[in-house]
Design a protein around this ligand. Structure first.
Ligand code: GTP
Ligand code: MG
Length: 843
């Protein structure tokens, strides 16, 4: 600031009339400018007093904007004080110079020419002016008091002339601000410090230097008057140019210099790509556009497109894929010497109620079946059994109900041997066939257990022949599939079954390396209220230990506890051992693979990556739908009634099974839509969602929590609890049937032929007919047929028999009929009489 002050010693020098200012420059140069008009205005603020400056004064010197813009009453007062200190001269000069400067910026060229002449004149006048100034000052002081009193009145006339120039003043100020900071405070400072000549003098050389520099640029201008303004504006211009140049150069340099390695995953948003390249999003969008891709910053582009763009920006591409992140998972092949034999995993499959669970119970000598809701298995049970001979077998029990297809498929995938249970009294049934197909698809050897052989109507031979139809050739028929006749009830043949399993397992030579990080498959997962997410995992390789960090599907965790099939806590689980794993951060999906990794960071990264790519995959699938497809779907949807439901189940597998069963309900007109399904108790969120779409909430082996119950009551959301999937399916089927629009069926109840047509006043044309078939009913619908072509359809206005209005006329009788709102009837036409009937339909 002080430097600025020094550059321009600004102040009011003389009285109101003098209007002459002296400008001091470096090297003792000075310049005087006549500013008579302005002085007058300040001192006697009456518009009439203002007179255009004459003589050598520049138009800007008299610019009224200068004073009004900078001078308030308070300031004037301060200025008076400054004058009293006899330092007004410098201040005046500076003020004037500022005016000059502004003017110079506006019309520098013209002023330049005038300036030289002015300077000479001013120097001559200087002495005289000084004397006048003193005089003026005294007078001004006297006037001061009066003016303060008149301040309010004076403000208006003062402001008026100021207005037109105000923008100019502001502009000049802005320019100042830009270059050197706010000019306002500087002015005030200057006025206040008007007496500090020292400072002014000190600062002068600085300005002089600038002047010289500016002078170097345009020498003539520098030597002429108006140095300060020109200097500054030149300098400012120079600086501006310099800045622009630096900016341009700098920008270019940056782009050329920094070539980045940009990691490009399989899908990336435009904004993220820009971020990784450290380029502007707008540039990236533009570049995409030039390549014919219209994408906003939040849109996802594929790796190929991203690569193109990265290359276009001159960066290096590094393609990364999901697999790269997942490399943290130990995928080293086991060496033969590390492998040890492991127990076989046996999955028991078969049609519903053929006795799978009972059979497994008999083997385990436990009694699971009596504890099952409705006596049916609704999720996979995993058990380990040690036979009398000491062999350890891991069993997976699967549900037989049709709804659990994917669960059975999963069972078949993780298993070594499938035991197909077929009831001897029932033979091969649909889910038996399905189980056969799963086993075949998974290329797993099969053992057929013909169960319920204790029953009197048992027919094991029929089972064998039935199996033949499905390309399962049992040993008895020359094939290689072992069959064992058993009874879960009487424990008949159980040893034989176990022996058969052991034999089969031996052939398979099952091996695993227990001394490596574990990997396994999620058989079942559930959200336990007390224990959080729990996954039943079948360890397939390695040994899972407490404290292991793992990633499982899109979830990860640290093993907090391992619980075996008997409900005991264990410290580790080796190959083929089914265990419940606690310590997950979320509920995984049944069928997910569990892998132990080294660090939590890796686990989290892999889980995040999987979740992210799954999301993107879903988004991409959604985006792939074309507008045509959407429209077609919307059109189709119009004719379809939907029954929305929300499903919450105890375990993931059940939820999945329910959803699949629900999807099967319905036809072209009605369908069940599962808005949301999940594992765990019914919460308020579920109720909120259900309310929004008017859906009932189905709780399968789960209940609503208290707040959800209350909300449901308040909002009238229906909650239904089930523990048997059949009941659930039946109920939903019935509910969906209710949505079916009743079918309307037409029954022809009679025909009549028109013999004659009469005209009856007030009624119009009446047909004299003979009912040829069935009955003619007054309330029924009628069609008029001419040569077997329907020419009218409507209702009857009258049905008469011998002048009497009747309800019904039977076949063989004559009657008079007239149509409602229709007259074109002729002899020979046939009237068809029909009734409509609504028929309730069901799925
Ligand atoms: P889902 O799990 O629902 O597919 O059925 P499941 O195949 O597990 O059948 P489950 O073990 O529940 O048995 C169904 C019914 O058959 C039960 O009432 C059992 O008592 C009966 N049952 C099972 N095995 C035998 C058997 O060997 N003999 C006789 N007589 N009844 C049996
Ligand atoms: Mg069962």
């Amino acid at each position: 600031m002080s430097d600025n002050d020094g550059k321009k010693t600004l102040g009011l020098r003389g009285g109101s009339n003098s209007g002459n200012v002296k400008q001091s420059f470096s090297h003792g140069r000075t310049k005087n400018v006549v500013v008579e008009t302005k002085r007058k205005r300040v001192v006697v603020p009456k518009p009439g007093a203002a007179k255009p400056t004459t003589g050598g004064a520049s138009p800007v010197a008299g610019d009224p904007s200068k004073r009004p813009a900078g001078i308030t009453d308070a300031e004037l007062e301060r200025r008076m004080k400054a004058l009293a200190l006899a330092k007004a001269r410098e201040a005046e000069e500076a003020a004037q110079r500022e005016a000059d400067e502004k003017a110079r910026e506006e019309e520098r060229d013209r002023r330049r020419a005038e300036a030289e002449a002015k300077e000479r004149e001013e120097r001559e006048r200087e002495e005289a002016l000084k004397a006048r100034e003193e005089e003026e000052r005294k007078r001004k002081e006297a006037e001061e008091k009066a003016r303060v009193a008149e301040a309010a009145a004076a403000a208006a006339p003062k402001a008026a002339p100021a207005k037109p120039a105000a923008p100019v003043a502001r502009k000049a100020n802005d320019a100042d601000t830009e270059d050197r900071g706010a000019s306002g405070p500087r002015k005030v400072d200057r006025d206040r410090d008007a007496g500090r000549a020292e400072r002014v003098v000190k600062a002068k050389p600085g300005r002089g230097d600038d002047g010289r520099r500016a002078g170097k640029l345009t020498l003539n201008d520098a030597l002429a008057g108006g140095e300060g303004g020109r200097q500054r504006s030149m300098a400012a211009m120079k600086r501006k140019q310099e800045r622009a140049r630096q900016k341009a150069m700098g920008g270019q340099q940056e782009r050329e210099k920094i070539v980045r390695d940009v990691q490009v995953p399989e899908a990336i948003t435009v904004a993220e790509l820009a971020n990784r390249m450290a380029e502007r999003v707008a540039d990236v969008v533009k570049s995409l556009m030039q390549n014919g891709i219209m994408a906003t910053q939040n849109q996802t582009i594929d790796a190929d497109t991203a690569e193109l763009i990265v290359e276009e920006f001159g960066h290096r591409v590094q393609r990364v894929s999901d697999a790269d992140v997942e490399q943290a998972i130990d995928q080293v092949e086991d060496k033969a010497e590390d492998l040890q034999s492991r127990p076989p995993v046996i999955t028991i499959m078969g049609h519903v109620d053929h006795g799978k669970t009972s059979l497994l119970d008999a083997i385990r000598q436990a009694n699971v079946v009596s504890g099952e809701a409705g006596g049916i298995t609704q999720h996979i049970g995993a058990y380990q059994v040690t036979t009398e001979s000491g062999a350890v077998l891991s069993f997976l029990d699967t549900p037989g109900h049709a709804a659990f297809t994917s669960m059975r498929a999963r069972g078949a995938q993780v298993t070594d041997i499938v035991v197909l249970v077929v009831a001897a009294d029932d033979a091969v049934m649909p889910q038996t066939v399905e189980a056969i197909n799963h086993a075949k698809a998974a290329k797993v050897p099969m053992i057929v257990a013909i169960n319920k052989c204790d029953k009197p109507d048992a027919n094991p031979q029929k089972v064998r022949t039935d199996l033949l139809q499905h390309e399962v050739v049992v040993e008895e028929m020359g094939g290689d599939v072992q069959t064992v006749e058993v009874s879960a009830k009487t424990r008949l043949g159980l040893d034989n079954l176990l022996e058969a399993i052991a034999l089969q397992a031996e052939i398979l030579e099952l091996k695993a390396n227990p001394d490596r990080s574990a990997s396994g498959a999620v058989i079942e997962a559930q959200l336990d209220v007390g224990r959080g997410p729990v996954a039943t995992v079948l360890v397939q390789n390695g040994t899972l230990k407490r404290g292991d960090i793992f990633v499982v599907g899109e979830q990860w965790g640290k093993v907090r506890a391992l619980i075996n099939d008997k409900g005991d806590r264990v410290d580790e689980a080796g190959p083929s051992v089914p265990v419940e794993v606690l310590g997950l951060n979320g509920t995984p999906e049944a069928g997910d693979v569990l892998n132990v990794v080294d660090t939590e960071a890796q686990a989290r990264e892999i889980a995040d990556y999987r979740a992210h790519s799954a999301r993107e995959k879903r988004a991409a699938a959604g985006a792939a739908t074309t507008l045509d497809q959407l429209m077609a779907k919307a059109k189709a949807d119009q004719n379809v009634s939907e029954l929305p439901i929300l499903v919450k189940a105890d375990v993931q597998g059940s939820a999945e099974a329910i959803v699949q069963a629900m999807e099967k309900i319905g036809n072209d007109e009605v369908r069940v839509r599962v808005l949301h399904y999940g594992v765990g108790a019914i919460t308020e969120t579920d109720i909120g969602l259900a309310e929004a779409s008017g859906a009932p909430v189905i709780g399968f082996n789960v209940r609503a929590n208290a707040s959800a119950r209350n909300t449901a009551n308040q909002k009238g959301v229906e909650i239904r609890y089930y523990s048997v999937i059949y009941d659930l399916v039946d109920d939903i089927k019935a509910a969906a049937s209710g949505l079916l629009s009743a079918e309307i069926r037409e029954n022809f109840i009679g025909y009549a032929s028109i013999k004659e047509v009469f005209k009856v006043s007030n009624v119009g044309k009446v047909a004299g007919c003979l009912v040829t078939e069935g009955v003619a009913r007054r309330s029924a619908g009628v069609r008029l047929l001419r040569d077997n072509v329907v020419i009218h359809e409507g209702t009857l206005k009258t049905l008469k028999r011998f002048k009497d209005e009747v309800k019904e006329v039977i076949s063989g009788q004559e009657c008079g009929m007239a149509f409602e709102n229709y007259d074109d009837i002729r002899p020979g036409d046939v009237i068809e009489i029909f009734e409509r009937e609504e028929i309730e339909r069901s799925l």
